[in-house]
Design a protein around this ligand. Structure first.
Ligand code: LLP
Length: 415
């Protein structure tokens, strides 16, 4: 489930004891396993080996340069949603011709930067965006490669905040408008239609909605081709769910790749996948330390030094992350709500957890490699934590903890 294991009562990641990481780099602190990240990426690459494919890691899940550089070295492509992510990918050694640009609100500056870099494809989400892209490509003297993100109107059966494939949400071009949008794209002189794409949501644990979406997209691709508009690739998005708790079963990467391969066999399309969470989610943990046990209320609180500022998923999506002591120590156990120091009742990392802990003990919040640091904020003027990459027996800081001074370095008073 997670990239950590217990040995003699202590929690380890690869050949590194996490208690040592906590002492050396301080808490809160994110820690990622190189082997776990590379292993998950390879599961996609090998799973699709029989099909012309490109695995485009969804940068939004974890945009640390060290993560991107590992994947770039493996030959990964990247799914980006901003000019900031493009800059990160290029800085990490990623190839522009393996970058696809998703997102509903690409600005002119972002589109210009992506055209100048020479990315592989723009995943366009609306007709006005097609027109903007055509104009900017004309100004740059290039033809922009375009795929249309269609909304297949399939219920991914996931949390409503991370569901994107239904009619009523802002993503994609409605299924019944897709052909008209392709006609427009084909007419615009500075665009070159290359593909079709969809992404129906995240943390999907059942393969059926993903398969249904793919079938609908393939039907549409055939209808587009019948109008004389050639589609050369099909982008099936990301969304594969991981295992956060023991009783869950992750969506199996190999099975999903096999299902995609079967459907694409004989079509001549290349396939693009955009996994984020399933590559980094289980590869990371957030280390924290117990500040106080507060036992004077109806509930018992373990107040720790991480909070919703560092990991917002429990507060925002009621997400469940396993919380495990770094060492199994001889302590009385009790049921706690594990909460942070931030002044919000929603600043909860886990409720009703049976833990044998005392103030000062270290804890790991598991499966925090995706949408953890990437969604961290400075709320309550908290510096964002350090990030550490483990590689065998080595632990290297890949992002320094922010300093308090840096939090207001760009601010000034009226004077
Ligand atoms: N492609 C597109 C167009 C996306 O919007 C996303 C995620 C992905 C790929 C990658 O999806 P993944 O394989 O990671 O499921 N913050 C939320 C998740 C938001 C996902 C947004 N889009 C969370 O913490 O659960």
């Amino acid at each position: 489930m997670s990239a950590v294991h217990r040995r003699d009562g202590e929690l380890w990641m690869e050949g590194v004891r996490l208690a040592d990481v906590a002492s050396r780099f301080g808490t809160p602190c994110y820690v990622y396993s190189r082997a776990a990240i590379e292993g998950a990426w390879r599961a996609f690459d090998e799973g699709l080996a029989g099909t012309d494919h490109l695995v485009c890691y969804a940068v939004k899940a974890n945009a640390n340069l060290a993560v991107l550089a590992l994947l770039a070295r493996l030959g990964s492509g990247f799914d980006i949603v901003s000019g900031g992510e493009l800059a990160r990918v290029l800085a990490a050694g990623g190839r522009a011709d393996r970058v696809i640009f998703s997102g509903v609100g690409k600005s002119e500056a972002e589109i210009r930067a992506a055209l100048a870099a020479g990315i592989r494809c723009f995943n366009v989400e609306s007709e006005p965006e097609l027109e903007r892209l055509d104009r900017l490509a004309g100004e740059a003297g290039v033809r922009a490669p375009v795929s249309l993100r269609v909304n297949p109107d399939v219920d991914a059966g996931t949390h409503p905040y991370i569901s994107t494939g239904l009619k009523g949400n802002k993503f994609g071009i409605a299924h019944d408008r897709a052909l008209a949008a392709y006609d427009l794209a084909a007419r615009l002189p500075n665009l070159r239609v290359t593909g079709i794409d969809c992404h129906i949501g995240s943390q999907i644990l059942d393969m059926a909605p993903l398969e249904e979406a793919l079938d609908r997209v393939l039907e549409l691709a055939a209808a587009v081709a019948a109008r004389g508009i050639p589609v050369t690739h099909v982008d099936v998005g990301g969304g594969l769910g991981i295992r956060y708790r023991e009783e869950e079963t992750a969506l199996d990467i190999g099975r999903w790749c096999a299902a995609v391969g079967r459907r694409l066999a004989g079509t001549g399309y290349a396939v693009v996948v955009e996994p984020g969470r399933s590559i980094v989610g289980n590869a990371g943990v957030l280390l924290t330390r117990v500040e106080y046990l507060k036992l004077d209320k109806d509930r018992r609180f373990a107040i720790v030094d991480a909070s919703m500022s560092e990991l917002i998923r429990p507060a925002l999506y009621e997400a469940w992350h396993e919380i495990a002591p770094l060492a199994a120590l001889d302590r009385p156990d009790a049921v706690y709500d594990v909460v942070g120091p931030v002044c919000e009742s929603s600043d909860v990392l886990g409720t009703d957890r049976r833990l044998a802990i005392e103030a000062g003990d270290g804890l790991a919040i598991l499966s925090a490699g995706a949408y953890g640091m990437a969604m961290a904020s400075n709320y309550n003027s908290r510096p964002r934590p350090a990030e550490v990459m483990v590689d065998g027996a080595r632990a290297a800081e890949v992002r320094a903890r922010e300093t308090i001074a840096s939090l207001f370095a760009g601010e000034s008073t009226l004077g």
